[in-house]
Design a protein around this ligand. Structure first.
Ligand code: SF4
Length: 329
């Protein structure tokens, strides 16, 4: 039996039978469920099915969940198994089972349009975990149309070939003319185009929209934020308490760099990083070593400039303005 969630154009598979089998195998009595925002509407239905079929007690996490790096640690201590839906594992964690949740959206209609925008012959294929099982089919389609397709292998943070994260574009470090990104949203393909200086065509299998990534607007926004931080004298360097986001060494290195330039820099340890929680710190600018998306996605919400580590190097005069990239872990 499967449990599926419908979006307007596709459904997502939650692997209910596998979840039940794991619960029975482990003799688990207390189960935790954690979903990212986009899948949360399936939470109650999932909990009901698990309770009916296993008699276990189910606790659903209501806390934010942005990625596989964002396991609900408090809930983990209270349950026998915590099922974390929607993301591929970054690092193994005791009691946590990652259920990736795949989309059944057909990738071919979007690829048919995307192929018209390609200029090169060697094409890199990249995607997020929801569509990673469709990469083989996408490669076959493009090969039939005369393209050579490369699906890169990412580093140890990335579970699947061709998979990219908002904080890791290592699967895109391949010798190609340009990329097709199978997926929704701009952040991942923007990161790839900045990391590789190659064109990226977005082919969204869910909406069937196809477009080329345009990095200029985000670059303009980032340059404005960097410019605002140029006169800063006191920096708050943020370190995440989430284990798969913690970069203490980097934070200490950045602090040392600032001190060497005669600036004041303090390390701030945080779990959820929000504009409200930073308001009371009287820093002139912040540097975020936690999830790289925070500085970019929430840029408009921060009253004080929020820099990435790479942008901080530009502020310190150690990197050129042209060499701006998205931060990676
Ligand atoms: S650090 Fe950010 S981008 Fe990376 S997996 Fe976690 S939420 Fe996603």
């Amino acid at each position: 039996m499967s449990l599926r969630a419908m979006s307007s154009y596709a459904s997502f598979e939650f692997e209910l039978d596998r979840v039940i089998a794991i619960i029975e195998e482990r003799g688990a009595k207390k189960i935790g469920l954690q979903f990212p925002e986009g899948l949360r509407r399936s939470a109650l239905q999932m909990a009901k099915k698990i309770e009916e079929r296993t008699g276990a007690i189910v606790l659903i996490s209501g806390n934010p969940c942005h990625g596989a790096c964002d396991v609900d640690e408090s809930l983990r201590t209270h349950v026998d198994v915590l099922f974390h839906f929607g993301h591929a594992e970054i690092e193994p964690m005791n009691k946590v089972v990652f259920i990736e949740v795949r989309s059944d959206a057909d990738v071919i209609p979007a690829l048919k349009q995307a192929i018209k925008l390609l200029k090169g012959r060697r094409i890199g294929l990249i995607t997020t975990v929801q569509h990673v099982h469709k990469l083989g089919e996408a490669r076959d389609f493009l090969t039939k149309h005369g393209k050579t397709c490369i699906i890169g292998k990412g580093d140890s943070r990335v579970k699947h070939d061709g998979q990219i994260l908002g904080c890791n574009f290592s699967a895109a470090r391949v010798d190609v003319d340009e990329f097709i990104y199978l997926g929704s949203g701009n952040f991942h393909p923007l990161g790839v185009t900045l990391a590789t200086s190659k064109r990226v065509i977005i082919a969204d299998p869910i909406s069937n929209e196809v477009r080329e990534v345009e990095p200029e607007p985000i670059l303009r926004q980032r340059h404005t934020i960097i410019a605002k931080a140029l006169d800063a004298k006191t920096f708050g360097i943020i370190v995440s308490t989430k284990s798969a986001q913690t970069r203490m060494e980097l934070a200490e290195r950045l602090q040392e760099k600032a001190l060497r330039k005669g600036l004041e820099a303090h390390l701030i340890s945080m779990d959820e990083i929000t504009p409200e929680r930073l308001l009371s710190f009287k820093a002139d600018a912040f540097v975020n070593t936690a999830c790289p998306r925070i500085a970019i996605d929430d840029a408009a919400l921060f009253k004080t400039p929020m820099l990435t580590p790479i942008e901080f190097e530009i502020v310190l005069g150690e990197r050129s303005w042209d060499d701006i990239k998205f931060d990676e872990m």
